[in-house]
Design a protein around this ligand. Structure first.
Ligand code: 1GP
Length: 234
């Protein structure tokens, strides 16, 4: 999966992921949801959430896998959400925060599972940007997001992530953000890194999606807008 993202980023082709939160999506709705995703021409399904009950993600991904050929990528809020039924894992470090739990502790806790797993593990620098709400990521991680105006800090954080060996940078305004990551911030980060850039949080309209792509996002993640609107399309 990483190779595919790297290749499409080099070609300047754009990718879309739909985020499903097992806590908010009933298992019996999955057939309908996966056909909606197929109609959107999405490239990936991301699965994860902040408050998912233990064991649910495993069942959820197992069922989803039977319904779609799209790669399923784990985007976990907690190491308990790992499952071998998925294809890949965004191995996230919350670089915008200073909470060791989300910089290294969760990652260590995941190792006993990952040592015996076939998941593709993708080192990802996760950077929370202020999206105008007290996001779940902010609440759970007890960290402060980077302000949209503080472009220099966002850039330096992303570049530090790249120097640390992250293969992807994910700029996150928070699920359900009032406003998505600013085009100026996206483009400044993109200009300073040579690895693919993921952008998500608060993207609800085609215009916002296109703005994110034009500013340099290689992959855009949409969750809430898809969840809230059965006829959602870009
Ligand atoms: C959240 O970036 C994703 O982690 C998607 O956000 O739910 O606001 O689309 P939304």
């Amino acid at each position: 999966m990483l190779k595919f993202i790297q290749k499409t980023a080099i070609k300047k082709e754009k990718l879309l992921a739909i985020l499903l939160d097992p806590d908010k999506t009933a298992l019996d709705k999955l057939p309908q949801i996966s056909s909606r995703i197929n109609n959107l021409n999405a490239n990936f399904i991301f699965v994860g959430g902040s408050f998912v009950e233990n064991g649910i993600t495993d069942l959820f991904v197992k069922k989803l896998k039977q319904l779609t050929n799209l790669p399923i990528v784990l985007f976990p809020g907690d190491f308990s959400q790992l499952t071998n039924h998925a294809d890949a894992l965004l191995f996230l470090s919350l670089l915008s925060g200073r909470n060791p739990e989300y910089l290294i502790e969760q990652q260590i806790k995941s190792v006993p599972f990952l040592k015996n797993s076939s998941l593709e593990i993708i080192p990802t620098g996760y950077i929370l940007i202020d999206g105008g709400t007290n996001s779940s990521t902010q609440k759970i991680s007890k960290t402060t997001p980077i302000l949209q105006e503080n472009i220099a800090l966002a850039v330096d954080t992303a570049v530090a992530g790249m120097y640390k060996g992250k293969q992807l940078i994910y700029l996150e305004a928070g699920s359900g953000a009032k406003f998505p990551v600013n085009p100026a911030l996206i483009s400044a980060v993109k200009k300073n890194i040579s690895i693919p850039l993921i952008v998500g949080g608060g993207i609800k309209t085609k215009e916002q999606l296109i703005n994110a792509y034009k500013s340099g996002a290689d992959l855009v993640v949409v969750g809430t807008a898809f969840e809230n609107n059965n006829t959602f399309k870009f």
